[in-house]
Design a protein around this ligand. Structure first.
Ligand code: MSP
Length: 502
């Protein structure tokens, strides 16, 4: 059985989850759900990044210990993910003993392999990024990502000899052209490597909130080096070799563009240094913007809490919006008006209208019993085209295209109904033919929307009289034309997506 291991970044617990975090998590969730329908063995990992200066500072500001603070924020993340119907198989916290063990084991191997040395570091540090910058990277003297002042730091630190991996990284990129996507991000990472790599400081003595360095108790690992290892901890690195080998390196890391260097340069080099293969794939997405700026707490921009949005619009409409509005890989505006517009156009007018129309006419012309589809239907081609396009798009990490292809089938089905106007015809074979085809199209639509809108898909499935859950069906086998058996009671129900005025 093919394996599909997908990860989100682990989120800092300096603050509550926002829509930017939900974006990455919902995308990874939809990919995991699609692969489960393909019949793959799926492992979907998310979690929280709890060490480092940023979290220690947030805890101190609230007069709490970092542990107590982290516990509180973590529960907000787990609640947010429950509220968004996220189907993760594991939730990793970097404060867990299993993670400390894996980090120590992994970095000890790099140390034993001779790729870690003691040196002095001084540089300009942004606490929000947990990263160093050079003078020329600053914007008006401030951090280029957060716009906040950087601080001068000087420490005796252990360094990872990243420079020793320049050639091996270039060779890895060249022999694995699909390892990093989209292509623009691959080129960005590769040119960064070709520009020359400097050794990087991976431990701290200035704080204690971190994973202790096993060979020198005065140091803790710098938060990024502990964090990256989470992807290995969760599959049993250091404790369950068989399990680890089963899932690694066939992983897909979904990450935001500002953490590209960590995942596409440092992380593969660290894996090489520890004697394991680099991750098979890193897919880099863009940012959701509000008024052209990255939505984030540090910039004090409008926070649109995921739970506020799901309460207002429903869970599936927000999931759909996050997957459909902004192509994965690009930046895109996120706005309330944008959600309303897409909700009305795609969900109320298209999908919702189709479901209620079909159920109403089956009620009035077929005594509520859904007819079977025709084998030679004019909708069979659009249905198989939608399936093929969706499969191809999910395979390329392009949920917006997969959904757009599905909506073409919804459009063709609505158009077929409008052309035939079964509501104006006398009950009989002509009406049955049109409605049977529409029900079959709805069955296939339910399967295709399952990764994005699992509850809506299950509800449509139920309303058209099918038993079980579309999520348990297999793609492509169960999505080919002709699966709706006919003779099932179809329920009208209330509108799935009542139209919104604002
Ligand atoms: N803790 C690190 C990741 C360590 S992974 C080994 C981190 N955490 S974060 O909470 O700051 O960000 C996590 C992810 O959320 C990043 O991939 C980031 O790109 C994403 N997003 C945060 N704001 C975002 C938007 N406004 N839009 C889209 N995604 C954004 O970095």
């Amino acid at each position: 059985m093919p394996r599909f291991y997908v990860t989100t970044p682990i989120y800092y617990v300096n603050d509550a989850p926002h829509v930017g975090h939900a974006y990455a998590t919902v995308n990874a969730d939809a990919l995991a759900r699609w692969h489960r329908m393909l019949g793959d063995d799926v492992f979907f990992l998310t979690g929280t990044d709890e060490h480092g200066a940023k979290v220690a500072e947030a805890a101190a500001e609230h007069q709490m210990t970092p542990n107590a603070w982290a516990d509180q924020v973590v529960s907000r993340f787990t609640r947010a993910w429950d509220g968004l119907d996220i189907s993760n198989d594991d939730f990793i916290r970097t404060t867990e003993p299993r993670h400390h063990l894996a980090v120590q084991e992994f970095l000890q191997r790099i140390y034993d392999n001779g790729f870690i040395e003691l040196d002095t570091y001084s540089g300009l540090y942004c606490v929000s990024c947990e990263d160093y910058y050079t003078e020329d990277q600053l914007v008006d003297g401030n951090c280029p990502v957060h716009g906040r002042p950087v601080v001068q730091m000087q420490e005796d630190n252990y360094f990872f000899k990243l420079s020793a991996f320049e050639d091996r990284l270039i060779e890895w990129y060249e022999s694995n052209p699909d390892a990093v996507g989209p292509a623009g991000k691959r080129n960005e990472a590769l040119s960064f490597i070709k520009g020359g790599l400097r050794n990087i400081s991976i431990t701290r003595t200035s704080l204690t909130w971190g994973v202790p360095v096993p060979w020198d108790k005065d140091h803790v690992f710098y938060v990024w080096y502990d964090a990256l290892v989470n992807y290995l901890t969760a599959i049993g690195y250091g404790t369950d070799e068989e399990r680890c080998n089963a899932w690694w390196p066939a992983v897909h890391h979904l990450i935001g563009k500002e953490i590209l260097r960590f995942h596409c340069v440092w992380w593969p080099a660290m894996c090489m240094a520890a004697g394991i293969d680099p991750p098979a794939n890193v897919f880099v997405h863009g940012w959701l913007l509000v008024g052209g700026q990255k939505l984030s707490k540090s910039l004090k921009l409008t926070e649109i809490a995921p739970e506020v949005l799901t309460e207002d619009f429903g869970v599936d409409p927000i999931r759909y919006h996050l997957l459909r509005e902004v192509p994965l890989g690009s930046d895109g505006e996120f706005s309330y008006e944008g959600i309303v517009a897409r909700y009305n156009a795609d969900l109320a007018n298209n999908l919702g209208n189709l479901v209620s129309r079909v159920a109403t006419v089956v009620g009035s012309k077929c005594a509520g019993i859904g007819p079977a589809p025709n084998h030679q239907s004019a909708l069979a081609d659009p249905a198989s085209a939608a399936l093929a396009a969706a499969a191809d798009a999910w395979g390329r990490f392009a949920p917006h295209e997969a959904l757009s292809a599905t909506w073409s089938l919804i459009g063709s089905t609505n158009a077929a109904l409008e052309a035939a106007e079964p509501w104006k015809l006398e009950p009989g074979p002509d009406v049955d033919a049109v409605l049977g085809d529409a029900l079959e199209a709805l069955r296939i639509v339910s399967l295709l929307i399952t990764p994005a809108m699992p509850s809506t898909a299950a509800e449509i499935w139920r309303r058209i009289g099918l038993s079980g859950n579309p999520a348990d069906r297999r793609i492509p086998a169960d999505a080919s034309w002709g699966g709706y058996p006919g003779g099932l009671a179809v329920e009208k129900g209330s509108p799935l997506f009542p139209r919104r005025s604002t």
